[in-house]
Write a protein that binds this ligand. Structure first.
Ligand SMILES: *Cc1c(COP(=O)(O)O)cnc(C)c1O
Length: 392
């Protein structure tokens, strides 16, 4: 009997076959290749007349199990897992775009994605222009005859702007453009962009999906015709995920819902504290009522996530004093870890951008991004209070 299952169940129970050992937990298939029963089995496998693993650069049971879970969570037809989030981002573009194509991207995207647009894609005659997430009225004016793809993150990194996914989904359909959403900050637990019209969803699984700062990974899921192209590109160029990382990430998904709920509980408490401290000038959190796109966030997200952006007094120097003063929180560029992490984007993740480009996406010197972890909130808040006092 086939029943449709809820998110938490799909995160734990999959159809993967057990070996003769009848293991309960899915084992790690650390093998580069697979064997065939006979010549006909080999022929039929290569001809894709049967679904069989051939070589782990193409597919591997651990990668397939991880992808199956993400597809169920995102409501996607198919997917492919990559070695890193950036391999997923690049593999998606490289598989689907041709020389002469044009991408319309949200202005604020992950630093390395921005570098793809500015440094590498022009070499292959792929041009990018940018739209403002908060001003979709301007969007249609930016479409050109060779626009092929729309690319965006929501919430954005690090400014936490929220994009109206439903409205963008309608615009993508109207103009027959492929809508790709990097859903890393929200995770499939908090937001499912395909329901709002996205064709493809990308995750850096390195962040909240792993959630414990251990392994890198990425995944693209969505329309099966597009995933087929992405799979063929990846199978021939080799950015595939390792079985070990896929196994680790698949295990992590089993606890995604409980972890992300706790991350959100903690983040909400940290927001409530930050707004009271007089070294803090502005707090940005999707589910805080002051957020400019609060209503949109409420419509499309289950909760606000674990990342908070805030402005400290004293600009760049104030930000540095804060970063220097934390004792519990980690100074790191990662996010979505059990450990709370503080970053000053102007000096780290977004230092490659010109100051003008940074300011266009609200990355001022005093902007701090905090990825709230799973430590006790009393300890997180005490550390933040201590560091913020040092700014004044
Ligand atoms: C980290 C991140 C990426 C890149 O992922 P890696 O796994 O580090 O390659 C892409 N997009 C967003 C929004 C990210 O936060």
């Amino acid at each position: 009997m086939s029943q449709s299952k809820k998110f938490e169940t799909n995160a734990i129970r999959t159809q993967i076959e057990r070996s003769q050992h009848s293991e309960h937990s899915v084992p790690l298939y650390l093998t580069s290749s697979f064997v065939f029963d006979d010549a006909e089995d080999m022929r039929a496998s290569f001809a894709e007349e049967k679904e069989k693993n051939i070589y782990s650069r193409f597919t591997n049971p651990n990668a397939s199990e991880f992808v199956e879970k993400i597809c169920k969570m995102e409501g996607a037809e198919a997917g492919y897992a990559f070695a890193t989030g950036m391999a997923a981002v690049f593999g998606t573009f490289a598989a689907l775009l041709n020389s002469g194509d044009h991408i319309l991207s949200a202005r604020a995207v992950f630093g390395s994605t921005h570098t793809l647009f500015t440094k590498y894609f022009p070499k292959w005659n792929i041009q990018t222009s940018y739209f403002d997430v908060s001003d979709l009225d301007q969007f249609e004016g930016l479409i050109t005859p060779n626009t092929k793809m729309i690319y965006a993150e929501s919430p954005t990194n690090p400014g936490l702007q929220v994009l109206d996914l439903e409205r963008l989904g309608v615009l993508a359909k109207k103009h027959n453009l492929i809508l790709v959403i990097d859903n890393c900050f929200a995770t499939p637990y908090l937001q499912q962009p395909i329901a709002f019209g996205a064709d493809l969803v990308i995750h850096s699984a390195t962040k909240l999906i792993d959630g414990q700062g251990r392994v890198l990974g990425g995944v693209t899921v969505g329309r099966s015709d597009l995933i087929r192209e992405i799979y063929l590109f990846a199978r021939n160029t080799g950015p595939s995920i390792s079985p070990f990382n896929a196994w680790t990430l698949s295990k992590s998904l089993e606890t995604l819902a409980v972890r992300v709920d706790k991350h959100c509980d903690n983040a909400e408490k940290v927001v409530d504290f930050l707004v009271t401290h007089n070294a803090v000038e502005e707090v940005r959190y999707p589910f805080h009522h002051d957020h400019p796109q609060y209503e949109i966030a409420k419509r499309q997200m289950k909760r606000g996530g674990n990342v908070i952006a805030f402005q400290v007094k004293g600009g760049l120097a104030g930000g540095q004093r804060f970063i220097d003063a934390v004792q519990l929180c980690s100074r790191s560029s990662n996010l979505g870890d059990t450990r709370t992490i503080v970053t000053q984007p102007a000096f780290s993740t977004h230092s490659k951008l010109s100051e003008e480009d940074r300011l266009a996406v609200d990355i001022t010197g005093g902007l701090i991004r905090i990825s709230v972890g799973l430590e006790h909130t009393d300890d997180i808040i005490n550390d933040l209070r201590f560091a913020l006092d040092a700014v004044l």
